[in-house]
Design a protein around this ligand. Structure first.
Ligand code: G3P
Ligand code: MG
Length: 356
């Protein structure tokens, strides 16, 4: 759904600032709101529930389409969040659809990685679960695994059932790590097969197809007291193993923060949100004429959130909270934020006072 941005506002009332919120370690830990996040976010809405201050979520996480993540966040936080306000690690994957629209690709990770890619316009997508299940014995440890995944071959016969696509002669043209992989052992094995054998596991060696990662976070803050290994850790594991079994080193591309283009994109979306909130007569510019004097990035990870805002430069202003990866008393030494504060609630309070 969309917000009802109904009121016409004079241009002078347009806020000259916007806010990007990191999710894990700032807004949520696991599925639990932290740092007074629901109260903080409520302050960005009018009494009638419409948006007052342009804001979005800028997370390296993901695994479900943006529309679904928006509904999940709305429910957890008790506010109305639109799909456009959710930028996930994999959101930029839609920009590379052109090369692969009708090509076979494999989507890896927790949640619904194939649904994410289909929504971006990729027409021939298989999740790693489905792809791996097409190849009998590709994972020699599968019989020891107590969890069940959807099988597309008949376990009682040596014959594979027909998969949706001809995976035995159709090469995988690219692999996309959409979200944190669940079964690292199988996924590293099968990705090595795809990457070493030119997209056809069990065949002769071939050119490495491209592999894209939604982000490169070594660690992130989840519900456990200390950090958990993220997609960057998986990338290191895959790369270390691939480079040991292959004659040429792994070539890969990572998206997500701290890449400055992620912040540039956030700025574009925030500008469009201003146009939506204030969809006024002067909206002939298509939402690109508005200039922010300040864009706030509120994050918990200096290496990712603060470093990213620093690289993006003006008008970004970075705020580091102590509810996630960073727990220090003073500022981070390597990537110092413009402001260090305990919680997201205090951060929003600071911003609203500063912008009054
Ligand atoms: O898997 C999620 C993690 O990599 C980071 O999420 O919201 O802190 O950018 P976030
Ligand atoms: Mg975080």
């Amino acid at each position: 759904f969309r917000h009802s941005y109904s009121q016409l506002q004079p241009q002078s009332n347009r806020p000259s600032f916007g806010i990007a919120f990191d999710i894990d370690g700032v807004i949520l830990r696991g599925r639990t709101p932290i740092g007074g996040s629901p109260q903080a976010l409520r302050r960005l809405y009018r009494d009638d529930g419409t948006l007052k201050i342009p804001f979005l979520f800028l997370t390296n996480g993901g695994g479900v389409p943006e529309s679904k993540r928006a509904s999940e966040l709305s429910e957890l936080l008790g506010i109305q969040i639109s799909r456009r306000q959710v930028l996930q690690g994999h959101s930029p994957f839609k920009e590379v659809v052109n090369g692969y629209e009708n090509e076979l690709i494999v989507a890896v990770g927790k949640g619904e990685p194939a649904a994410v890619m289909s929504e971006y316009g990729f027409k021939k997508v298989l999740s790693m679960d489905e792809y791996a299940s097409c190849f009998k014995d590709i994972d020699p440890l599968s019989h020891y695994k107590t969890w069940r995944i959807k099988q597309t071959y008949d376990e009682n016969s040596s014959k594979e059932l027909l998969p949706r696509y001809d995976v035995y002669s159709d090469r995988v043209k690219a692999a996309f790590v959409v979200s944190d992989p669940i079964d690292w052992g199988r996924d590293i094995q099968v990705l090595c097969d795809i990457l070493r054998f030119g997209g056809l596991p069990g065949r002769d060696k071939g050119h490495q197809p491209p592999i894209y990662f939604a982000s490169d976070d070594l660690e992130y803050q989840a519900a456990f007291p200390t950090e958990r290994l993220g997609m960057g850790a998986f990338r290191i594991a895959l790369e270390g193993i691939f480079n040991s079994v292959s004659s040429s080193p792994l070539k890969y591309t990572s998206f997500g923060k701290p890449n400055p283009f992620v912040f540039k994109n956030a700025e574009v979306i925030l500008t469009q949100l201003v146009s939506d909130i204030f969809h006024s007569q002067d909206n002939m510019d298509g939402g690109t004429g508005h200039e922010f004097s300040t864009l706030y990035m509120i994050g918990d990870n200096p290496k990712v959130d603060i470093n990213g805002a620093m690289k993006a430069g003006r008008p970004w202003f970075s705020i580091l909270t102590r509810t996630g990866v960073f727990r220090g008393k003073d500022n981070d030494t390597q990537f110092p934020a413009d402001l260090v504060i305990d919680t997201v609630e205090e951060a929003v309070d600071y911003i609203l006072k500063r912008e009054r």
